[in-house]
Design a protein around this ligand. Structure first.
Ligand code: FES
Length: 103
């Protein structure tokens, strides 16, 4: 099991997750508010999340499809990603996910 932290405004809580789960799957499991309306098929960008640089740099870089969707976001930030595209691996144990302000 790995730990994953979700953070939004005054909310910050740590949860347990299995390796191989996506951030969207973990959020769903614990009712954390990430929409993910296309169920991870790279067709919506409603699973937008933010990361601190140290965690962002540990991720496998976004592919072209993900980059295209990210580019359409009005609130795109330097360390934005799509939560459905990030699978948890051992080196991401303790990762902190910041929910965008429009959540
Ligand atoms: S859930 Fe639609 S792109 Fe992630």
């Amino acid at each position: 099991m790995l730990s994953i932290i979700f953070r939004h405004k005054n909310f910050k809580k740590s949860y347990l997750a299995n390796e191989g789960n996506t951030i969207l799957e973990v959020a769903r499991k614990y009712n954390v508010e990430i929409e993910g309306s296309c169920e991870g098929s790279l067709a919506c960008s409603t699973c937008h999340i933010l990361l601190e640089e140290k965690w962002f740099n540990k991720l496998i870089p976004a592919n072209e499809e993900e980059k295209e969707l990210l580019g359409l976001l009005p609130d795109l930030k330097k360390h934005s990603r799509l939560g459905c595209q990030i699978k948890l691996t051992k080196n991401l144990d303790g990762i902190e996910i910041i929910l965008p302000n429009n959540v």
